[in-house]
Design a protein around this ligand. Structure first.
Ligand SMILES: Nc1ncnc2c1ncn2[C@@H]1O[C@H](COP(=O)(O)OP(=O)(O)OP(=O)(O)O)[C@@H](O)[C@H]1O
Length: 240
């Protein structure tokens, strides 16, 4: 384990009922880097994000986050420790307004400053100005792109040290994809946030990620620096 590791996944196994999906996964995220997690459909990328968040229990292995063993912590405790998650499908609250949805993200602050009485950080509206314009609208009435901005904004409201995102560009129009890209680059560059992003759209992650890890059959089979490898060179790892 390197000294600048924020997250260290060691020998992680997880699955569903009797089916193992993750096999002995090792992964290390350095502080302040963006890692793209790539691979074909069904190789276990989403399961790995859930196992890191704690929403899918590990059946073996260990997770260290920010110097602590978090393997036995509940998802809620991991959120309070500084892990934020933007799941596939966004899962925003349809009956709450945009502002109320964002405020639910503040709960994750817990002992990390949540008691200071601060509201939704203003930089979220700088990153996603549309959210301010529609702050009183119910989440259920938002477009897919607006919902994705809201889901990312809500996770950012908890000021996570590590942000997990599952296919943030899925079904999103190009102008919003650009905003998401700029927002993720900003929180990495200006706030030092560490990001693990599952993504099939390689051109998107190749513009701002630092490293990639490729999965196959529930294992990490290849890793590298984005600057040293073209998206075309790894495209076969995501094609069906
Ligand atoms: N709730 C579930 N119950 C049973 N099996 C599941 C469940 N969710 C996923 N799986 C299975 O686990 C395996 C890995 O799925 P996972 O969603 O982690 O892959 P993925 O790489 O994220 O795929 P995709 O790109 O399609 O989202 C697949 O074989 C899938 O069918």
């Amino acid at each position: 384990m390197s000294s600048d590791a924020l997250l260290t996944v060691s020998g992680l196994c997880a699955g569903y009922d009797q089916t193992e999906v993750l096999w002995d996964v090792d992964l290390e995220l350095r502080r302040g880097e963006v890692m793209a997690l790539i691979g074909r459909n069904g190789v276990g990328k989403t399961t790995l994000l859930h196992a890191i968040m704690g929403t899918r229990p590990a059946t073996g292995g260990m997770l260290r986050f920010d110097g602590h063993d978090v393997t036995a912590l509940t998802p809620h405790m991991r959120a309070r420790a500084g892990i934020g998650f933007v799941p596939q499908g966004r899962h925003i609250f349809p009956q709450l307004t945009v502002m109320e949805n964002l405020e639910t993200g503040l709960c994750a602050l817990g002992g990390r400053g949540g008691g200071a009485g601060g509201g939704v950080p203003g930089y979220i509206f700088d990153l996603f100005p549309k959210l301010y314009d529609i702050r009183g609208r119910a989440g259920g009435f938002l477009s897919g792109g607006e919902q994705q901005q809201l889901a990312i904004g809500r996770a950012l409201a908890g000021r996570p040290a590590l942000l997990l995102l599952d296919e943030p560009t899925e079904g999103i129009q190009p102008s919003v994809v650009q905003q998401i890209e700029a927002a993720l680059a900003h929180v990495r560059d200006e706030l030092g946030m560490t990001i693990l992003v599952v993504e099939q759209y390689l051109d998107f992650v190749w513009r701002f990620a630092d490293r990639y890890s490729a999965m196959q059959n529930g294992r990490i089979i290849r890793q590298g620096a984005i600057a040293e490898e073209s998206a075309a060179a790894v495209a076969h790892l995501v094609q069906i």
